[in-house]
Design a protein around this ligand. Structure first.
Ligand code: SF4
Length: 334
């Protein structure tokens, strides 16, 4: 009888916190609860969160994803707005059509909306630091009257920016940016416009900051840093940049097991693993299982924070009970 050859060894540095944030969890719960309460179909404007696996899972339960409200029929079924937030014109249109709508905008995105509106109320032109075309940026700009907000994406944009009144400016940022890149842009803005007013608290959210901190702590000396997340997920893409910036030899964004670049690894490799705020834990678990199937894996937990944030769903859905099995498609188990 021939002996089974020993598996090569591999160390995984597993980041904690990783994966779902409270805003994403809440948004998915809202769709699941709406399906339980109102039955299918439940319309969802845009991807509820930036993850194809989540979207497909909700579709299988009866959610129908649409691009615009115009695509929602007047059949009495509810429509859910995504966690990224929407311009004011969207709920206004829903009200005008008397649609039943559920706004799943993350409370921390709503907070940025309020901060931006406060700047305008105080007579300031708003500078929004963020990425053009991202739904959150479209939603935040859409809170403000025409001509009262400018988007700044880089330090080069700061140089070119020539506001009408440099003494009356206030800034906010997208919630999912790189903490370090953003502080560079904000410092450049403060240098050029010393009277610019900051928001009352940081716009980059706790989940973005915590995930980036854990990635930084795990990156140094890692041969490969895998971030589980979607290519259109801003916070996931930032995690890959943070990983390579903090010392990982290579970084890769993977949607699941099929994307793992096995040829970059060998006996004794050190792999670090985290997941963006919209990536479900079932995908990360599958990635870890795939490593265990090929390697003799040692897991080192790299924990930099403990998260206790929880955002309850809106009152109208609180009478519908949520069982663990309802969320098993993203959390695993049942
Ligand atoms: Fe909210 Fe932050 Fe999660 Fe975005 S990443 S949904 S702002 S908690």
């Amino acid at each position: 009888m021939s002996a089974v050859p020993a598996k090569p060894k591999l160390t995984i540095r597993l980041c904690e916190p990783r994966g779902f944030c409270a805003g994403v969890d809440r948004a998915i719960q809202i769709v699941v609860l709406a399906l339980k309460k109102y039955g299918a179909p439940v319309y969802v404007r845009h991807e509820i969160v930036h993850n194809r696996f989540v979207v497909e899972g909700l579709k299988a339960m009866g959610a129908v994803f649409v691009e615009e409200l115009a695509d929602v029929p007047d059949d009495g079924q509810p429509v859910v707005f995504s966690a990224h937030g929407v311009p004011k014109s969207v709920p206004a249109e829903a009200q005008a059509r008397e649609l039943l709508y559920l706004d799943a905008t993350c409370p921390l995105v709503s907070k940025v909306h309020k901060q931006a509106m406060l700047h305008v109320k105080r007579g300031r032109h708003v500078i929004l630091v963020g990425h053009k075309g991202h739904p959150e940026v479209i939603g935040t700009m859409g809170q403000l009257p025409e001509g009262t907000v400018s988007l700044i994406e880089s330090e080069a944009d700061v140089e070119a920016f020539a506001p009408a009144d440099p003494a009356a400016l206030g800034f906010v940022t997208q919630t999912t940016l790189s903490v370090d890149d953003t502080s560079g842009i904000v410092a450049a803005l403060q240098d050029k416009f010393p009277e610019m007013q900051a928001p009352s608290s940081d716009s980059i959210c706790y989940a973005t900051t915590n995930r980036q901190e854990a990635v930084k702590a795990a990156a140094q000396g890692a041969d490969l840093f895998l971030i589980v997340g979607a290519p259109n997920s801003s916070n996931s893409k930032r995690l890959v940049e943070v990983a390579t910036g903090a010392g990982a030899l290579h970084g890769a964004l993977v949607q699941g097991v099929d994307d793992i670049p096995w040829d970059m690894l060998g006996d004794g490799s050190v792999v670090a693993v985290s997941a963006g705020a919209s990536a479900p834990e079932v995908l990360t678990s599958a990635v870890l299982d795939a490593f265990r199937a090929r390697y003799d894996v040692t897991i080192d937990l790299v924990q930099t924070a403990e998260e206790t944030e929880y955002f309850p769903v809106m009152r109208s859905l609180r009478d519908t009970p949520l069982a663990p099995a309802d969320m098993a498609f993203v959390n695993g188990g049942a």
